[in-house]
Write a protein that binds this ligand. Structure first.
Ligand code: ADP
Ligand code: MG
Ligand code: MG
Length: 247
């Protein structure tokens, strides 16, 4: 069934219109990729779907499982099963990775998480991600390298089990081993009931995630949607050929 539907979405950031009438539909079980040059509005789309109040919807609608969520706050959307891994995750002082994720899981599910079973699952996921278990006791992203921050985002995804996961350049700044581990972890998490939406500039992660649809976002609109073969087309020719479609 339908998971996310975005209709005629216009979004302004700091008074400037960034998204200019964007349409997108994602069904359960699908993997979609958004590609587009820097500044096209890709991260803006993710922030708007997540409900970041800095990103003001000036027109259009966002539906999740058929429900209009356009006006819903972030925490409600998270409870509904929407998750976003940030392009540049920030550090949070004073709260450990384990407590951060355990609190989030408790809030999202409405059930407080018992420490020992939670810790057991967390450790399994950290092992899979090749994250040292000691990171669970460190403050969120405090002193983490770029790659470790990205892994911590994926760890959250694994533990929170969202229906819709939005990954914003999860593969940038990662070494080859980390790209492989992160890609495999996301691919393993993906199933027929959840959906993955990815922003990337690299084809490596896409070889593992096997996208069903590729969308090209230029100047605030999706100008072309195709299958995975679009990725090779973009790698060979860049975005120039698609810019005509943006007008
Ligand atoms: P992309 O992810 O495609 O590279 P973004 O969505 O991050 O592009 O940015 C699109 C445009 O919106 C850019 O011009 C950017 O400067 C602006 N923008 C995005 N987020 C913010 C923000 N939080 N504050 C100010 N400007 C922003
Ligand atoms: Mg799939
Ligand atoms: Mg971006």
């Amino acid at each position: 069934g339908e998971l996310l539907r975005v209709e005629g979405l216009k979004v302004a950031v700091e008074g400037k219109e960034i998204l200019k009438g964007l349409d997108l539909q994602i069904n359960a079980g699908e993997t979609h990729v958004i590609m587009g040059s820097n500044g096209a509005g890709k991260s803006t789309l993710f922030n708007a779907v997540m409900g970041n109040p800095k990103y003001v919807v000036t027109a259009g609608k966002i539906y999740f499982e058929g429900r209009d969520i356009t006006e819903e706050p972030v925490n409600e959307r998270a409870k509904s099963g929407i998750f976003m891994a940030f392009q540049a995750p920030i550090s949070v002082q004073g709260i450990t990775v384990e407590n951060f994720i355990r609190n989030a899981k408790g809030t999202i599910t409405g059930q407080s998480q018992r420490i020992m079973p939670f810790r057991k699952k967390l450790r399994q996921q950290m092992d899979q991600l090749s994250m040292d278990r000691s990171y669970a006791e460190r403050y969120v992203n405090d002193g983490f390298s770029g790659g470790e921050r990205k892994k911590a985002e994926i760890l959250q995804m694994c533990m929170l089990e969202p229906k819709l996961t939005m990954l914003d350049e999860i593969d940038s700044g990662l070494d080859v081993d980390a790209v492989r581990i992160v890609s495999e972890t996301v691919a393993q998490y993906h199933n027929e009931t959840n959906s993955i939406l990815v922003i990337t500039h690299h084809s490596e992660i896409l070889q593992k995630l096997k996208p069903d649809f590729v969308h090209i976002l230029i100047n605030g609109k999706i100008v072309k949607t195709g299958d995975a073969s679009l990725i090779q087309e973009i790698e060979a020719n860049g975005y120039d050929a698609f810019k005509e479609l943006a007008r």
